[in-house]
Design a protein around this ligand. Sequence first.
Ligand code: CUA
Length: 338
Amino acid sequence: MRKGQILTLLGIALVAGGITTAVAVLPTWLPVQASREAGRIDFVIWFTIVISIVIFALVAAVMIYEIAKFRARPGDDSDGPPVHGHTGLEIGWTIIPLLIVTSVAIVSAIVLSRNGDAGVNPLRVDVTAVQYAWTFTYPDAHGLTSNVLRLPKGRSVMLTISSKDVIHSFWVPNFGQKQDAVPGLHPTLHITPDRLGTYPVVCVELCGLGHALMRSEAIVMTPAAFDKWLKSQQTAIASPNASVSGAAVFKNNGCGACHTLTAAAATGKVGPDLDKLAQWAAQAKQPLASFVKTSVTDPNAYIQPGYPKNVMPGTFGASLSQQQLDALVQYLISSKKG
Ligand code: CUA
């Protein structure tokens, strides 16, 4: 091979590599990193992207050069000389991919093991999925429950993920880690938030009509602000005259993801409009209170015309205490508009 040919090949490789690098780097493909785990995952992505760009540039250079230089003349049907038994070439194309794949496997294994290591004394949060909402419980804070995931910056967090009905999947794109929520299983997911801010919590497993609405927020706070929030919530729980609030039951169980209720600022459109409960009860020819209660505990007992069966989870009513159920029914009755 002459020096000129090598320079031409290198030139084409640089142009192809430059264009590919620009496509990889210029648009913002990846979400803003908000956890140490996301940083490591992104490192693996960039590690493989760099390898891919180098391979692509070399292949493109050889291909473009050959198309331009050795194109068959019109009418030339002859074949080139066969290349066979080039031991050096065969060893080369076996060893190089082996090294590349092994290096990607080693880097991935290191990242997987570090991302799974929650260290000692992580903050524990139970994540519960139900059609179509997330609830977050802090077992070390007297079972404090929230429908928003609040986390302190810089502390290792161990999420235990479960589902009350079908398979969902918990994902905060900015945290990187992802985990399915499977009924009967309690897998864990480790996250160390390292950037203040509010990030989306999304369900990434098709779980029914309201799947696209199954969203919440993860708020990363300063440790001081987080402690303050924990204390304020616990005071509210411990306060002796704090009766079970129907509004809190409504909010914490994510009812608003599917239903509209002006009193709760809920605008869900998957299920019937709860502002019009009286009208629906009249339509079903049932007394209001028992209609509301049955609709919560046995959603398929009466299906509002125009809405499909089996969308409202039947397990939902059973997950409430009698007190919570009564508070919720009272709240819905007193909040309805007509
Ligand atoms: Cu839950 Cu999709």
